[in-house]
Design a binder for this molecule. Structure first.
Ligand SMILES: O=C(O)CCC(=O)C(=O)O
Length: 258
């Protein structure tokens, strides 16, 4: 039996020293071609073929975007997607844990998974935010592994980051009405040239620190732009009740806004 690792990421955590240093400095590090393309294709085909969002929408797991002129509504966010579409479970895998353990320098565990979709021509923006405003961890020992199912570009609303912003800690967010994003950083002028746009391709995984500012424009292309965000927590992180109360109040406002 061939026991050779199939991917370059299958190495001991200590071998990620350079990536861990980059992550500490920038709050985001890109691993190209981590996930096998066969798995990416399997997940992509499974979500394309999944048509009935009613049960997931009733539970609040599937969040639909703003209605189009004819009343049609497309998916914007699908949390716990692995409970509805089993191939997505395979994305919760050891490649992500090995890398995250090295980046956070502690033992780690999977917390949650969600699919972000921007439908062709109408998919709305992702406001600038920090994941930790939603996760409420103190200390903020957590990463997001962002797994790309479809190539990202400027035109289709590829994710952008503010490098180094994680050093500011978890900052105040304002409540808002963007579907699936109850909380956003408002009033911050970030010059376009200061945004890091990695132009991710299928199989690439971007790991960002839970406090790194990030967002995306709307989709102006004629194709979907889908990606899966996996939340991975460090064992030394704790839930912070004060952060949680602020987040829950914004979330209630967002969900109540139809
Ligand atoms: O894909 C997007 O537009 C949003 C992703 C995001 O905010 C995240 O993964 O934390």
């Amino acid at each position: 039996m061939n026991l050779e690792p199939a991917f370059s990421t299958m190495k001991s955590p200590s071998l990620y020293a350079q990536e861990a240093a980059d992550f500490q400095r920038d709050g985001v590090v890109i691993f190209r071609q981590v996930m096998p393309l066969s798995l990416i294709t399997e997940c992509r085909e499974a979500i394309v073929g999944f048509q009935d969002f009613r049960a997931a929408a009733e539970k609040g797991d599937a969040v639909l975007d703003e209605p189009l002129a004819d009343g049609t509504r497309h998916l914007k966010y699908f949390q716990n997607i692995q409970m509805y579409i089993p191939p997505f479970r395979k994305l919760f895998n050891s490649r992500l844990l090995m890398i995250s353990r090295a980046l956070l320098n502690q033992e780690v565990y999977f917390n949650a998974m969600g699919l972000h979709d921007k439908c062709p021509r109408h998919g709305t923006l992702t406001p600038l935010h920090q994941d930790n405003f939603y996760r409420c961890l103190t200390p903020p020992f957590s990463v997001t592994a962002y797994i790309v199912l479809e190539e990202q570009s400027r035109e289709n609303g590829g994710l952008h980051y503010v490098k180094g912003s994680h050093h500011q800690g978890t900052i105040a967010h304002q409540r808002g009405t963007v579907k699936a994003f109850s909380s956003a950083i408002e009033g911050l002028e970030v010059r376009d040239e200061d945004l890091f746009r990695p132009y991710l391709k299928p199989g690439d995984v971007a790991f960002h620190h839970t406090n790194t500012f990030h967002g995306a424009d709307g989709n102006k292309s004629d194709k979907h732009r889908r990606a899966v965000a996996v939340g991975i927590f460090g064992e030394l992180a704790q839930f912070d009740a004060k952060l949680k109360a602020e987040y829950e109040s914004n979330r209630e406002y967002n969900r109540g806004h139809v």
